[in-house]
Design a protein around this ligand. Structure first.
Ligand code: GCU
Length: 356
């Protein structure tokens, strides 16, 4: 954990210059006209990513709702740093919004760890019931006291392994360096499967795969294609080990101090529209990505998921030992069939009056 935190600090310092120049020019770039409030949103996705498209859509919706007086200025592609950097910038009020996946967010608030638990969701329907239901919505506001919270959740479907050689079972991960997001739960998952977890920023993974810094990575099919990872890791093993939501995060400082109640309402409305818009992109994008991969000669491998599930069982034992995580896990598992069980409600809700 110490190594992980120090590497995060190193990534952070790389972007210190950006951070200072942003602070210095903050007032100049805050608005496009005297009456326009412009919120800065930086993220690590490329412009083909569905979440980036949903954020563009959100800005268009805000433009309409506010008659041009409330806009989002988007800095994509990791130009202001990777996810952990931009999440920290939110905490310091340097930028207003960013995208964080539950993987990055686990480092800021352990409540998000649950979404990094492998084989948590049975199907995309199960994911949607949880992430857009009461449990998921409560988790979104959990980190408010840490200076940020989520205002939109985005669907991500299943992540699977892809490598430079075929992966059929956890045995094939032995000695393999696997690019992961920074979640401690995911890092543990790879260790339990026998691989060597290597946290690397999303935008640096192509080069890491190409140069053999890592032997494999994991993601859903659209991200595998959008990032061109399929050019350097030609075997896609459909083990479907996780489905980790992306979130649009906003700084608590921005929410409380920069916006009127009217503007907050517009942001909530636009955020909901962008969530719905992103969901409509999924099926089409997933099919297109698989098609592109097949045409380029990628080998899709159907695997028996059971040995993967068995390898990570200690993680489930770890989560059930933790009372809060155990409650969450039971609630989420009960939603698999669409029959939620009653249970204690989540605490840790935002306490300020302008809560989302
Ligand atoms: C997906 C996810 C991103 C995340 C990326 C990654 O594309 O939508 O939010 O950053 O995976 O693996 O880093």
């Amino acid at each position: 954990m110490r190594t992980l935190l120090s590497s995060i600090r190193t990534i952070g310092s790389k972007h210190l210059k950006v951070l200072f120049s942003l602070t210095l020019c903050a007032s100049a770039s805050l608005s496009w006209s005297d009456k326009t409030v412009s919120l800065k949103l930086a993220h690590n996705l490329n412009q083909k990513h569905m979440v980036h498209k949903a954020l563009i859509y959100m800005d268009q919706q805000l433009d309409t709702l506010s008659q041009g007086t409330l806009r989002i200025r988007i800095y994509p592609g990791g130009q202001m740093g990777d996810a952990v950097d931009t999440l920290q910038m939110l905490q310091h009020g340097i930028i207003d919004m960013t995208k964080g996946s539950a993987s990055d967010l686990e480092l800021f608030d352990n409540t998000f760890a649950i979404f990094n638990l492998p084989y948590l969701f049975e199907s995309p329907e199960h994911f949607n019931r949880v992430v857009y239901g009461p449990v998921g919505r409560a988790i979104m506001t959990s980190p408010t006291d840490k200076g940020l919270f989520a205002i939109a959740a985005y669907e991500t479907r299943f992540r699977s392994f892809y490598a430079r050689k075929p992966i059929h079972s956890p045995k094939d991960l032995k000695g393999m360096k696997v690019r992961v997001q920074p979640s401690p739960t995911t890092i543990e998952m790879i260790k339990l499967m026998g691989g060597m977890p290597t946290p690397i920023p999303f935008g640096e993974t192509y080069t890491a795969l190409q140069q053999g810094v890592v032997d494999m990575a994991e993601n859903n099919e659209p991200s595998y294609i959008d990032t061109r990872h399929h050019e350097v890791a030609r075997f896609f093993s459909e083990d479907q080990h996780s489905s980790i939501p992306d979130y649009l995060m906003i700084s608590t400082h921005t929410w409380k101090n920069k916006l009127t109640e009217e503007q907050r309402k517009m942001i909530r409305e636009a955020a909901e529209r962008s969530e719905n818009y992103q969901k409509t992109l999924w099926n089409e994008t997933l099919n297109a990505a698989r098609e592109t991969a097949k045409k380029s000669g990628v080998t899709f491998i159907k695997v028996d998921k059971q040995p993967f599930r068995e390898a990570i069982q200690p993680l489930y034992q770890q989560f059930t030992r933790h009372p809060r995580q155990a409650t969450l896990l039971a609630k989420i598992q009960s939603e698999a069939q669409g029959i939620p069980i009653p249970g204690p409600t989540l605490t840790n809700q935002p306490t300020f009056s302008t809560q989302p």
